[in-house]
Design a protein around this ligand. Sequence first.
Ligand code: SF4
Length: 87
Amino acid sequence: MNKFLTIAQAWKIAVFHTEEEKQLADERMEVCNDCSMLQEVDVKNMTGGLINNYFMCGGCGCPMQGKMFTPKDAPKEQKCPQGKWKI
Ligand code: SF4
């Protein structure tokens, strides 16, 4: 699976997910919340409050809203860049 297909599938799952996929995303996010690479991106000030701040992985630059829904069958190198996720 190429990287762009994985990203597209992750965002699709972020919108249309099963309970199991949501549970996996929540488990991954718990790991990310304890990771020093998790970064808050401050866009609220730049956009005059139109867009809320969001969190991204500093290791790959992906926004967490989509990243945490990376498909289970995606290659390992397309998941957590630090190898911290179980799945
Ligand atoms: S995906 Fe991995 S490296 Fe990125 S914030 Fe989460 S735990 Fe940290």
